[in-house]
Design a protein around this ligand. Structure first.
Ligand SMILES: Nc1ncnc2c1ncn2[C@@H]1O[C@H](COP(=O)(O)OP(=O)(O)O)[C@@H](O)[C@H]1O
Ligand SMILES: [Mg+2]
Length: 326
């Protein structure tokens, strides 16, 4: 049975139009003209316990709106949601005890309190036992290195330090599900690494289900086997990350030839041939031609000194989806 399930889920926002100037402003009270923004469209989603899925799509695709509905912050316009047997918007409190959330740049910590006190409060809210609390903080500290700034007020933390705290806070009560909405935005590589390691550890060791929204392809490559791609509110892909990469990205093969001056290759499925000194780089569509077919062809006419086949670049795939849709 799925731990997260949505069926024909929709969210529409009404955005009231405001006319220009004072006259328009006053008029908007009378006529109430509005536009409808259909942020999430007929979304069917099933996530199994212990899964870690990447939820991706361009800006405004409806990712955060989905997460807000799943956490119970927003009520759906229509459709069903069930999270661990509960309806989030109707059972907000029970649902909240069961989940952890990180929303990109918003904080769930207390701005003026030292980190230590913030965590004490969370401990009380989520009713974590003393012994477990100590143990978890120690364990979190190992990966996230919280003790570096344990006594500092939250407002004094750098973005990276704050994010490490947010992550720890989201997992403190060992919830069944954690939603992470852009948890690595604006962070440097070293902090990203720590955060990824932490998420991986929590998912593996505690079987915590993770739904991860991110623009960082490294996050997805590192953490998620399954991705769901959203475009203008609609689910356009749901499956293995590898499969997506295979479908949408070209491969490259690079030859080092003894003589590349007169190199020519025209075969079905060859998209680009670039020459640079002795190197020849061939971009090909792997649905139409294989690397070994190209090898054979090149071997027939040229002397190959060396060659290299480049794996598809996931970043390009997601950029492509972000830019073009599917
Ligand atoms: N509270 C709101 N009121 C009106 N429109 C909203 C609101 N929240 C989101 N939207 C609109 O819904 C669409 C989806 O937004 P969002 O879920 O934040 O996208 P994403 O997180 O994928 O970037 C966007 O067009 C956005 O402008
Ligand atoms: Mg968002």
């Amino acid at each position: 049975m799925s731990i997260i399930k949505s069926e024909s889920l929709n969210k529409q926002f009404r955005v009231y139009k405001r006319g220009e100037g004072l006259k328009g402003y006053l008029k908007s009270f009378i006529s109430r003209e509005y536009e409808e923004v259909h942020a999430v469209k007929d979304l069917d989603l099933e996530i199994e316990k212990g899964e870690m899925i990447g939820y991706i799509g361009s800006n405004g695709a409806g990712k955060s709106t989905t997460v807000k509905m799943l956490t119970g912050i927003l009520e759906p316009s229509s459709g069903e949601i069930e999270v661990d047997g509960r309806i989030p918007s109707k059972q907000r409190k029970e649902n909240a005890m069961n989940i952890g959330v990180v929303f990109g740049q918003k904080t769930q910590l207390w701005w003026d309190l030292p980190v230590r006190e913030s965590f004490k409060l969370l401990k009380e809210i989520y009713e974590v036992e003393d012994e477990e609390y100590e143990q978890r903080i120690d364990e979190f500290d190992e990966v996230l290195q919280l003790s570096d700034f344990w006594e500092q007020p939250v407002r004094k933390l750098s973005l990276g330090q704050k994010m490490r705290c947010e992550l720890a806070a989201a997992f403190l009560h060992h919830p069944k599900i954690v939603y992470l909405d852009e948890p690595t935005i604006g962070l440097d590589v070293a902090v990203k690494e720590r955060i990824r390691e932490f998420i991986k550890k929590m998912n593996r060791e505690k079987q915590i289900t993770v739904m991860l929204t991110t623009h960082d392809i490294g996050d997805i490559e590192d953490l998620c086997e399954r991705v769901v791609v959203l475009d203008e509110g609609k689910k356009i892909y749901d499956g293995e990350l590898d499969h997506l990469v295979n479908r949408f990205s070209s491969r490259r093969i690079i030859f080092d030839l003894k003589d590349s001056k007169k190199f020519e290759l025209s075969l079905e499925g060859i998209k680009e041939v670039e020459k640079d000194g002795r190197h020849v780089e061939i971009v090909f569509d792997r649905e139409k031609i294989t690397a070994s077919e190209i090898m054979r062809e090149v071997l027939n006419s040229y002397e190959i000194l060396d060659f290299e086949i480049k794996e598809p670049d996931v970043e390009k795939v997601v950029k492509y989806i972000y830019n073009e849709g599917l």
